[in-house]
Design a protein around this ligand. Structure first.
Ligand code: 16G
Ligand code: MG
Length: 549
């Protein structure tokens, strides 16, 4: 097989010219931006994914087209490595260089990647491509496919799928189907079979009622949930709101990000009984948070920290019941509520570690345990099991004398280990609540969240902020951490940190303290410090209490 790269580049220049010279960076969620500027980025990512597949001896590489929780005009692309993980860090910079060169330099840049990585461009390759349901996604998918074809690679298009489904397909293919069948039905089958077995016809138990409101964020999660419902035969009673298609724009006034950040239900929320269980996923369904209203009509959030503690507690009990000696650990980020960390350490007595924001950091750390539970407070997360854990559980289940081992085995099947999966996580939470006979009141009463607040501060250059210790300590600009410590020391149970965003041109501030008022004041103080010491732009922050003055 010979590849005429010249023809490929001429083709790219005409069909996918680079329309913007603005530098873009492969960030925590891949490339993101306004959809109209992304065609050339997509074509080049098709090229890169093919090279990556060849570099990894023909293993399937995934390309997902989505801007996750971002608004409808945005789109984005991220690559999935052979084991289902996010693209390896060293290739993130290769990707960044590739999308930033001019059309004229493209040929040379590709040649450089091939040479630097010693890639045999005639070897076999396969790229799996999926997309969310934004109206520009099909156009961008075609650009990715053309990039693959330009290098005479193979492409398999999955059409509209959730991000975690694409991760699942990649892992299934690369494990020669040991993980599952790399097709949509294979995914439904695996999860639904496990879920139904775990319900075992006990659809309600104690305080647990078989009734859930599912906010699909007008995204791909809504569509896939409807497919689940068709196949689940009422083993879970779900009402899907924000289904997309004529019901509103993706992520607009709904979805996991809106619910978590605004701390309120989606705008289109129907009237429901107090304490009705509700969950919201984001636009590409890799995040989920739960919520409900109490009998005073107050909104109550059960975020990623709550899911993590529920899951870790349950798995620990299960391991104990089966008398299996497995190392369980929980991984969080600095955003985890301090009360959740206290609960994990003091009540659950599970080792907990803190890593920088971004799924890849959590996933990587979780792999150090036999059972690694990881969740960001915003609802991204899953559980990973070591081979040792899987074989130990399988042996115990086979021995037949421990019924809980059979449950454990099915729990492993129910979890999409490849990446946080909103639907799989939701099915896991429903299973655990059912087994425990818990409703949301039982769940939320395990500990009381500390009030917390986040701010976004605009600065000239967010990279003047540098952090260490999993983003909890700011080392640049000099003096800022000293001032933060001083401010925090005035608040009971106070904690705060600042970090540059990986997805937006802002600095993020997080603060928590014993009371809501203290939290608001602390966040405000820290925000002002960032503005003063890190080159803030625009007017100085106004304390919310003085906003009317
Ligand atoms: C990305 C990350 C998410 C993280 C968020 C932080 C993945 C798949 N996604 O969406 O985990 O919470 O970025 O955004 O890793 P920020 O850096 O703007 O705060
Ligand atoms: Mg997402």
């Amino acid at each position: 097989m010979s590849i005429n790269l010249r023809t490929a580049y001429a083709f790219s220049r005409e069909m996918y010219p680079k329309l913007s010279t603005e530098h873009i960076q492969y960030g925590t969620g891949g490339f993101r931006g306004k959809a109209e500027f992304l065609d050339s980025v997509m074509f080049r990512m098709g090229v890169l994914a093919t090279l990556r597949s060849r570099f990894r001896s023909g293993a399937a590489i995934g390309v997902m087209i989505t801007a996750s929780h971002n608004p409808e005009p945005d789109n984005g692309v991220k690559l999935v490595d052979p084991k289902g993980e996010m693209l390896e860090a060293s290739w993130e910079s290769i990707a960044t260089d590739l999308v930033n060169v001019s059309d004229q330099e493209l040929e040379q840049q590709v040649a450089k990647i091939i040479k630097d990585n010693n890639i045999d461009i005639t070897s076999s390759s396969i790229v799996y491509v999926g997309m969310d349901n934004r109206y520009h996604s099909p156009r961008l998918l075609k650009a990715v496919a053309d990039g693959v074809i330009a290098l005479k690679g193979n492409v398999r298009e999955y059409g509209i799928v959730t991000t975690p489904m694409l991760h699942y397909f990649v892992v299934s293919a690369n494990t020669k189907e040991a993980y599952g069948k790399p097709m949509e039905e294979g995914y439904y089958d695996k999860l639904i079979t496990a879920f139904k077995t775990l319900r075992n016809d006990q659809l309600e138990n104690g305080n647990y009622k078989n009734n859930l409101i599912f906010d699909g964020a007008n995204g791909v999660g809504a569509r896939k949930m409807l497919q689940f419902i068709k196949r689940m035969q009422n083993s879970l009673q779900v009402t899907v709101i924000n289904q997309g298609i004529g019901q509103g724009k993706i992520n607009e006034d709904c979805g996991a990000d809106y619910v978590k950040v605004q701390q309120r239900p989606p705008k289109s929320m129907p009237e429901v009984e107090p304490y009705t269980r509700c969950c919201s996923v984001d636009g590409d369904a890799d995040r989920v948070v739960y919520f409900f209203s109490n009998d005073k009509g107050e909104f109550q959030l059960l975020d990623g920290d709550r899911i993590a503690t529920l899951v870790a507690g349950y798995l620990m009990d299960l391991a104990k019941k089966c008398q299996l000696d497995l190392r369980l650990g929980l991984v969080q980020t600095a955003y985890a509520n301090g009360a959740s960390t206290d609960y994990i350490v003091n009540e659950l007595k599970v080792p907990v570690s803190c890593v920088p924001t971004g799924v890849k950091h959590l996933h990587h750390k979780a792999l150090e345990y036999d059972i690694g539970v990881y969740f960001e407070a915003n609802g991204h997360g899953t559980v990973v099991f070591s081979d040792h854990a899987k074989s130990t559980v399988a042996e115990a289940a086979k021995a037949g004398d421990k019924p809980d081992a059979k449950i454990f085995l099915k729990i492993i099947d129910l979890i999409n280990e490849t990446v946080g999966d909103a639907i799989s996580d939701m099915l896991l939470v429903e299973t655990i609540l059912n087994h425990k006979g818990w409703d949301v009141k039982d769940w939320i009463s395990t500990y009381t969240d500390l009030p917390n607040q986040q701010l976004k501060i605009k600065v000239q250059d967010r990279n003047v902020i540098a952090t260490t210790d999993a983003e909890r300590v700011c080392v640049k600009p000099e003096g800022l951490q000293f001032e933060i410590n001083k401010a925090v020391s005035n608040y009971k149970r106070g904690r705060a940190f600042v970090r540059p965003s990986g997805t937006e041109d802002v600095v993020r501030v997080y603060a928590e303290a014993n009371t809501k008022e203290d939290t608001v004041s602390l966040a405000h103080e820290i925000g002002i410090l960032v503005q003063r010491l890190a080159g803030g732009v625009g007017p100085e922050l106004v304390h919310p209490n003085n906003a009317h003055l």
